[in-house]
Design a protein around this ligand. Structure first.
Ligand code: PLP
Length: 400
């Protein structure tokens, strides 16, 4: 008789994690992995931040038994996330209008929000940017939504197709969930200006849309407050909205799965009802979140010296990425690329949408062992002074 799993198809490989596997297997000694969105330091190593190490030392000195956390996570963690995202003296926090739950990374925050939204409005559609983080579509589809795109990238202008974006939002039905990248847009690196955000907010308000801000890179663009400024704009508009937070990159805590979901509600009483439903979603998915990563982040954020150290380490990561952007432009020019490359330094965050075609990206892989995403996305945060010459030379050879 046929086995139980005889009809199971092979699922496609995750495009980016699949690239990683290919990279691991490549024997080329010069190979460079610019595919996955991970920050590596000057020596190509994943950093363990000094503030994290110190927080772990502090925690290890008073070892605690590991009971279950509350469904919504560590209360002090949720509070620390709120101050970071909304500002310590935010009026919506004082009014008790914000609900925050600990989540399994930014992905977990998105999924808890998606499951809650599906129960709230089963027939709503979701719109994500074109292009977007490769998991947005799959995640909202797996929550049961029909997912469409709004235009975002203008290849010719090397920037945001803002009028087209606004036009699409203006056509969206009331109740449509609009997933927005709060800063450091993945994959393009192009963000909206504060004035453009103001226009988006006006349309969202006029059309009765539901904003869901994905903030996976706070501090990687211009700074913690600067990158969070869009949240202040949404708060000032009086809209209800969702924010997912990730500390994977900003604390280099990828594997600890530390993130959160915050929901801004109209009143404290409404917030209590929303929290009860978020807890239901969490309870039926994974019951309650893990302890360690959230404790580390709470310790760092709530200990002034560690907090200052974190802000410095985050600034160092941000500045190193910026210097690699500038260096890449310089070296591509030095290797004879004549086109205007300043767009690389205008982009924010870990990535550069290089404008290279899938064929060019394939050549980089096959001929040089340089792994980027076939869309042309390269991770600038994986460049360093040891590999940048090799990468620039190869890119220049392929662009000429
Ligand atoms: N959202 C965006 C835009 C991302 O780029 C990422 C990670 O790459 C995430 C969410 C997921 O973050 P996490 O690893 O914390 O789940």
């Amino acid at each position: 008789s046929a086995s139980l799993f005889a009809s199971v198809d092979m699922a496609p490989r995750d495009p980016i994690l699949g690239l990683n596997e290919q990279f691991q297997a490549d024997p080329n000694p010069n190979k460079v992995n610019l595919g996955v969105g991970v920050y590596t330091d000057e020596n190509g190593k994943l950093p363990l931040l000094a503030c994290v190490k110190e927080a772990e030392n502090v925690l290890a000195e008073i070892p605690k038994p590991r009971g279950y956390l509350p469904i919504d996570g560590i209360a002090a963690y949720d509070k620390a996330v709120q101050s970071l995202v909304f500002g310590a003296d935010s009026e919506v926090l004082r009014a008790g209008r914000v609900v925050t739950v600990q989540a399994l990374g930014g992905t977990g925050g998105l999924k808890v929000g998606a499951d809650f939204l599906k129960r709230l409005n089963p027939s709503a559609r979701v719109l994500i940017s074109d292009p977007s983080w490769e998991n947005h579509r799959a995640l909202f589809e797996s929550a049961g939504f029909d997912v469409g795109n709004y235009p975002y990238y203008d290849a010719a202008a090397r920037g945001v197709a803002f009028e087209a974006m606004l036009g699409a939002l203006n056509q969206a039905q009331a109740g449509t969930v609009i997933v927005l990248h709060a800063c450091c847009h993945n994959p393009t690196g192009y963000d909206l200006t504060p004035a453009q955000w103001g226009q988006v907010i006006a349309v969202v308000q006029a059309r009765g849309l539901v904003p869901f801000l994905d903030m996976a890179y706070q501090g990687f663009g211009e700074g913690i407050a600067e990158d969070g400024a869009v949240i202040q704009q949404f708060v000032a508009s009086g809209l209800d909205f969702f924010v997912s937070t990730s500390f994977s990159k900003s604390f280099s805590l990828y594997g600890e799965r530390v993130g959160a979901l915050s929901v801004v509600c109209e009143s404290k009483e409404e917030a209590a009802r929303v929290l009860s439903q978020l807890k239901r979603v969490i309870r039926t998915n994974y019951s309650n979140p893990p302890t360690h990563g959230a404790q580390v982040v709470t310790t760092v954020l709530s200990t002034p010296a560690l907090r200052a150290q974190w802000e410095q380490e985050l600034a160092n990561m941000r500045e190193r990425i910026r210097s690699m952007r500038a260096a890449l432009v310089d070296r591509l020019k030095a290797h004879g690329v004549a086109t205007d490359l300043r767009f690389i330094t205008r982009q924010k965050g870990m990535f550069s949408y290089s404008g290279l075609t899938p064929q060019q990206m394939e050549r980089l892989r096959a001929e040089y062992g340089i792994y980027g995403v076939s869309t042309g996305r390269i991770c600038v945060a994986a460049l360093n002074t040891h590999n940048i010459d090799y990468v620039a030379k190869a890119m220049a050879a392929i662009m000429r």
